[in-house]
Design a protein around this ligand. Structure first.
Ligand code: GDP
Ligand code: ZN
Length: 463
């Protein structure tokens, strides 16, 4: 068990608010609060005598000068059923920065230490209330950009991922136990445990890991959104199409840091999935230097795009320039948007589908708002790639988790090969132990301390 002092921080957002909270956690949390909390109605009231999860009206008083800092409600929560599993007092005061700062200073003066970023949550982890993946989920809940992202984060916070990882780890552990028994007592006929049985169980574990890994694409999309490029030669209607999509689906999102300012990035929400759309310049041969930069950029965006909406002009038909652009998008998930269908068409859609060997073709009129719903459905189908959109499925949304699972998968694959070659059991146990260790990194059982520190350093103060 690790020994800890009592920590404190302002736990509400910086800036003005109706109320603000100074949170104190640790063995002396209640004692510290008692030094500065006074109830005028019940002068004898001591917070260390009250029941857990009770709220107490009173004032925060500087002990030496009796100066009143603020009128507050103190919420007393006793270990172990608290956020940190330690004694916690939350002082709810008026929400301005001055009362909050003054109360925090006083709390620090009378014995608490200023908490590091994420230290409350780190204690919840170190004290065993939540595992590491759940702690990480708390950040994801706070930072979630869409409803689907929030749902995935909540599932992880509630232990959805932990359960799956623990379940796989249990199976590996059982295999290890059986194997070690057969190494220790080679003469004994251990029932139901031969290399055939071993192989069967290894394959079972491999397929469970595969299923979990298969969710990582959707998980990333749900968490980060899908980078989408609208491309096409000039005047086909790219900007008009973007506007048509924005009219009904503009997402409420916070500014994503690091987005390039010299291109317009808009976010639309389709089935809860944020589509980040870059309004790229028309891709065509550059005639001058300035334009060239634009095109190079477009090609770069195209490279980064998860999804491409390639716009053609139905009225002017398909040209060499269009074909060149279609070539650029090769290998990408692409939807062909045949636009301007309100005008006299020169482009036969069925022939186009055949020529390009593509099903994902939709006819629109961006200016008339025709075909936009169909386009959205096509986008949704393509993004989810036939996968079930079920939200009760646990998704891998975190790259750290994905990499650990991939490593465990490699170990298990090696186990399978070793078993197939009938090599000695020792070889198998080494890889099984390694796979267990990799999975333990997700829940935090086997993770290095510096990785833990790095994870919590990204948290906000007071969380
Ligand atoms: P971009 O250069 O590809 O971004 O194309 P714009 O969106 O700027 O459109 C070029 C011109 O085509 C504008 O005059 C639009 O009003 C017109 N336009 C765009 N979409 C349609 C459409 O579906 N039907 C018709 N008739 N005109 C369109
Ligand atoms: Zn445009």
């Amino acid at each position: 068990m690790y020994i800890k002092d009592t920590i404190a921080a302002i736990s509400t957002a910086v800036g003005e608010g109706g109320i603000g909270i100074v949170r104190i956690s640790g063995p002396e949390a209640i004692e510290i609060a008692d030094k500065i909390f006074k109830s005028y109605q019940q002068p004898d009231k001591k917070l260390n005598k009250v029941d857990t999860y009770t709220a107490h009206y009173g004032h925060i008083i500087k002990p030496e000068t009796e100066q009143v800092l603020d009128e507050v409600i103190s919420l007393v929560m006793k270990a172990p059923k608290t956020y940190t599993k330690e004694d916690v007092v939350e002082i709810n005061c008026h929400g301005g920065m001055v009362p909050l700062q003054k109360i925090l200073e006083l709390v620090l003066d009378v014995g608490a230490r200023l908490a590091d970023p994420g230290e409350f949550t780190k204690r919840a982890f170190l004290n065993g209330r939540i595992d590491l993946s759940q702690a990480e989920a708390i950040m994801d809940v706070i930072n979630s950009q869409t409803e689907a992202g929030l749902e995935a984060a909540m599932d992880q916070l509630e232990g959805g991922l932990s359960d799956q990882i623990n379940n796989i780890s249990q199976k590996i552990l059982r295999l290890l136990a059986n194997l070690e028994a057969s190494i220790d007592f080679p003469e004994d006929e251990i029932e139901d445990f031969n290399s055939e049985e071993l192989e069967k169980r290894v394959i079972e574990i491999l397929s469970e890991i595969e299923d979990l890994l298969a969710t990582s694409k959707q998980g990333r999309i749900v968490k980060e959104g899908i980078q989408t490029a609208i491309i096409g030669k000039p005047n086909v209607g790219k900007s008009s199409l973007l506007n048509a999509l924005l009219r009904e689906n503009r997402a409420i999102v916070t500014e994503v840091p690091g987005t390039t300012r010299d291109v317009i990035e808009e976010v639309i929400n389709i089935d809860g999935i944020p589509l980040k759309i870059i309004d790229t310049a028309g891709i065509r041969e550059a005639e001058n230097e300035v334009e060239k930069i634009g095109i190079e950029k477009s090609e770069k965006f195209l490279k980064r795009a998860d999804l491409v909406l390639l716009v053609l002009d139905a009225h002017c038909g398909i040209t060499d320039e269009d074909r060149k652009i279609i070539g650029l998008a090769e290998g990408k998930d692409t939807i062909i948007v045949v636009n301007k269908t309100d005008l006299e068409p020169k482009l036969a859609v069925e022939e186009l589908k055949e020529e390009l060997d593509m099903e994902a073709v939709v006819e629109t009129s961006a200016t008339e708002g025709i075909g936009i719903k169909e386009l959205e459905e096509l986008i949704s189908d393509m993004v989810f790639g036939g996968q079930i959109k079920s939200t009760d499925q646990t998704l891998i949304t975190n790259l750290r988790h994905k990499e650990a699972i991939e490593d465990a998968y490699e170990d298990m694959n090696r186990v399978k090969e070793t078993v197939e070659q009938d090599l000695p059991a020792d070889f198998v146990t080494i890889d099984l132990k390694s796979a267990l260790e990799k999975l333990g990194k997700i829940t935090g059982d086997t993770v290095d301390e510096d990785i833990i520190d790095r994870i919590f350093a990204d948290f906000c103060l007071g969380k």
